[in-house]
Ligand binder design. Structure first.
Ligand SMILES: CC(C)[C@H](C(=O)O)[C@@H](O)C(=O)O
Ligand code: SF4
Length: 774
């Protein structure tokens, strides 16, 4: 019998199964792990405490991106003096120490290859089709543009991958979004993805991996495809995927970590060509969109699904039937300082930010440069242009783009996450309004009280010129008002590979013994502790052990009567600058609980009122915990005293993070039951949750059954440490690794493949010679 047709996702998933217990609990092999300073300190600390090593140093790549200032590095001496803010500095220094201790490849601040994790992976050829790629970062979905299964994880999972190079997973559903036809003028891949999220909503992809296909997608460059997959997380999906094709292969060829020219390359391409979904493969959800229907699109509100055509107006909540939705719109408009009915093009801006892992690659910069060429930005606008990596910067400068930006009045910065999230010095002031090429417009995302409109780089450039939200089509032809005679600008396009240096990644000289690749010899395999018993110490700081056993919980439930409570709201980015898990309870719902300028409590917020100050349970609505992968949100709930969240639905990564911390997420999809819980919470009553019986009991005597898979229930009830459980499967992991060495050898890291290492920049040469402190 012929094998059933498979989707691209199914093929990658299946080929990475290390162990399957037959009940849907899969141990999945991870080929690539990207690490950054914010979500890794606690993971390394866990390894250290448990005396564990990084299993596959060669498949791990670290950099600093979120916390670092993007000012000139000309005077950089060391991280200690360069990063002024003390908590950010500690995180950056902690990563520098950790990469040294564990022997990881690291692109630090003196390295041209440093940049946003999701820019540098593809740039180096670290990201490859058919691979599984993870990072403690929700936008890992970006790498799906290569036909890789790439998804964000929390810090506990980062620790798990570092220790085992695997992750326990359940299979996701298949969703297909097909975009056919020709894009109109001024419409880019960013407009496609904003339009898609506007249609499916931020919970539309929950539980799914989205495959983007159709003629409009096939025509896109790799950069454009990355912008789409990047934002699939904003559509709630676990990952986004685009089938690899000639455009993909051409992009990868010759990059430092790409398969070597010759047989390895040919074998890899032959394998990659088997990956696209088979004819007749089944999808659980399908969406079809005509490219012609996509206008230049931007957001008006505080959720990425709040999209509107640039020719549209600010929506009016009174036009909306659904009361809850109307209330959400009203709240967003208040936050955004917008009046219903106002034409979008009449909204005045203060700042323009072009950058972030969505749109900071060379093509994005070229698109912005085409609009900005020979023009000046409005006098009231501050414009910030932040390349995604040192190599993107170098290429942009070689192409003369930096001159166009600075002549127009933009600030040309160094690589980093910058104003995408309020974590480093680049932030909006309260009330400031920004046209931004980033991916999240949550409340306070770019700085407390800041207002964000998401859009494409070309539209952001047009906005900078007029100082208002602006239809890019007015500029796309190079003609606008009295500027009709402006010469059109032709970018002198260069090949990005010319900037990579001739050599592959350097690997640290003194890799700790035994932490390196190729653990084929039996002694090493036996060295790994294979006990299945759980102990708090063994988890190295992961909150496990008998004290965390979750059985019956009775306590006050607090109503958070909103949908889409994102993790930026649960804990703003500035509180993520910590290297421990402790003490985050005071930052939970910070902006709701306190007046940011005075630090005074807001008496109107439910968690500041009695009896809800003592809440042990939270009741909320759809899509709880969407957005960022920050496990800090789970730690903050835990530290505040909340052990259970009852919601209509959960975002995938946060759901996992709750479980890893022995907090119970209860999905209550039945509208009446959820309403009864919400009402009980509003009355300040206690709710009883019985996990072994899987029931929720209200003071009224009503009792509801909830669903939870057996394995998660078992782990919570017994407070199991899953790293230890996985290490017990060492034989399976080793066998998988051996198979991979035979079948897809290009997935081994540079050292294992004996790729030689040389520095690519002067600064790096200095670093390699030991003159810098890393
Ligand atoms: C810091 C990190 C956990 C976070 C994420 O997961 O996305 C960040 O990159 C963000 O964009 O909010
Ligand atoms: S979304 Fe922003 S903060 Fe998160 S990785 Fe991308 S650039 Fe960095």
């Amino acid at each position: 019998m012929a094998a059933a047709p498979q989707t691209l996702y199914e093929k990658i998933f299946k080929s990475h199964i290390v162990h399957d217990d037959g009940k849907g609990n899969i141990l999945l092999a991870i080929d690539r792990h990207l690490v950054h300073e914010v979500t890794s300190p606690q993971a390394f600390e866990g390894l250290r405490k448990a005396g564990r090593k990084v299993r596959r140093v060669d498949q791990t790549l670290a950099t600093v991106d979120h916390n670092i200032p993007t000012i000139s590095r000309k005077t950089y001496k060391d991280t200690k003096t360069f990063v002024e803010e003390s908590n950010s500095r500690t995180q950056c220094l902690t990563l520098e120490d950790n990469v040294k201790e564990f022997g990881l490849t690291f692109f630090g601040l003196t390295d041209n290859r440093q940049g946003i994790v999701h820019v540098i992976g593809p740039e180096q050829g670290f990201t490859l089709p058919g691979a599984t790629i993870v990072c403690g970062d929700s936008h890992t979905s970006t790498h799906g543009a290569f036909g890789a299964l790439a998804f964000g994880i929390g810090t506990s999972e980062v620790e798990h991958v570092l220790a085992t190079q695997t992750l326990p997973q359940k299979k996701a559903k298949n969703m297909r979004i097909q975009v056919d036809g020709q894009l109109g003028p001024g419409v880019t891949s960013k407009d496609i993805v904003l339009h898609v999220i506007g249609i499916i909503g931020t919970a539309g992809g929950t539980g799914c991996v989205i495959e983007f296909c159709g003629s409009a997608i096939r025509q896109l460059s790799m950069e454009a495809r990355m912008s789409i997959c990047n934002m699939s997380i904003e559509g709630g999906a676990r990952a986004g995927l685009i089938a690899p094709d000639e455009i993909t292969f051409e992009y990868i060829k010759g990059r430092p970590l790409a398969p070597k020219a010759g047989k390895e390359w040919e074998d890899a391409v032959a394998y990659w060509k088997t990956l696209p979904s088979d004819e007749g493969a089944k999808y659980d959800v399908e969406v079809k969109i005509a490219a012609e229907d996509i206008p230049p699109t931007l957001t008006w509100g505080t959720s990425p699904q709040d999209t509107v055509a640039i020719t549209g107006v600010v929506p009016d909540p009174s036009d909306v039937q659904d009361e809850k939705r109307a209330a959400t719109i009203k709240r967003s408009l208040e936050y955004m300082g917008l009046t219903p009915g106002t034409p979008m093009e009449q909204v005045k801006l203060d700042k323009v930010f072009i950058g972030s892992c969505t749109n900071s690659r060379i093509e994005d910069l070229r698109e912005a440069a085409k609009i900005l060429y020979g023009r000046k930005i409005a006098s009231h606008i501050y414009g910030m242009l932040v390349p995604g990596s040192g190599l993107v910067k170098k290429q942009a400068e070689a192409e003369g783009l930096d001159k166009i930006f600075t002549a127009a009045g933009f600030d040309w910065r160094e690589a980093g996450c910058s104003m995408c999230l309020g974590m480093n010095p680049d932030q909006l002031a309260p009330g400031e309004r920004c046209a931004s090429t980033s991916n999240r417009n949550f409340e306070g995302r770019q700085g407390a009280g800041g207002r964000t409109h998401l859009m494409s780089p070309a539209m952001a450039a047009a906005c900078a010129i007029t100082g208002y939200l602006t239809d890019v089509r007015k500029f796309a032809s190079g003609r606008v008002g009295s500027e009709a005679d402006k010469p059109a600008f032709e970018v002198q396009v260069t090949d990005s590979k010319a900037y990579l240096g001739e050599t592959p990644l350097h690997v640290p000289a003194d890799t700790p013994e035994g932490a390196q690749t190729g653990q084929t010899d039996e002694d090493k395999i036996r060295d790994v502790p294979a006990s299945t018993t759980s102990s708090a110490a063994a988890s190295g700081g992961t909150p496990s052990g008998s004290s965390r056993k979750f059985t019956v919980l009775k306590g006050i439930a607090a109503p958070i009567d909103r949908e889409n409570v994102d993790t930026d709201v649960l804990i703003p980015a500035r509180f993520l600058k910590t290297v421990t898990r402790a003490g985050l309870g005071k930052s939970l719902f910070y902006r709701d609980r306190y007046d940011d300028s005075t630090g005074k409590e807001n008496p109107d917020f439910v968690l500041n009122q009695d009896p809800w100050r003592q809440a042990r349970i939270i009741v909320s609505r759809d899509n709880w915990g969407c957005g960022s992968s920050r496990e800090h949100a789970a730690w903050a709930l835990d530290d505040f005293g909340v052990s259970c969240v009852i919601a209509k639905s959960f975002a995938d990564i946060h759901h996992n993070n709750l479980l890893k911390n022995f907090l119970l997420p209860i999905t209550m999809s039945d509208a009446e039951q959820l309403e009864a819980c919400m009402d009980a919470a509003k009355r300040g009553e206690e709710i009883e949750v019985d996990l072994p019986k899987k029931t929720v009991k209200l003071a009224s005597g009503q009792s509801f059954a909830f669903e939870m898979d057996e394995w998660s229930q078992h782990c919570l009830v017994n407070a199991l440490d899953d790293i230890e459980l996985t290490l017990a499967k060492e034989e399976h992991i080793a066998a998988y690794e051996e198979k991979r060495r035979q079948t897809t050898p290009w997935l081994e890291g540079p050292k294992a493949r004996k790729l030689e290492a040389k520095p690519v920049s002067k600064m790096e040469a200095k670093a390699a010679s030991g003159k810098l402190d890393w």
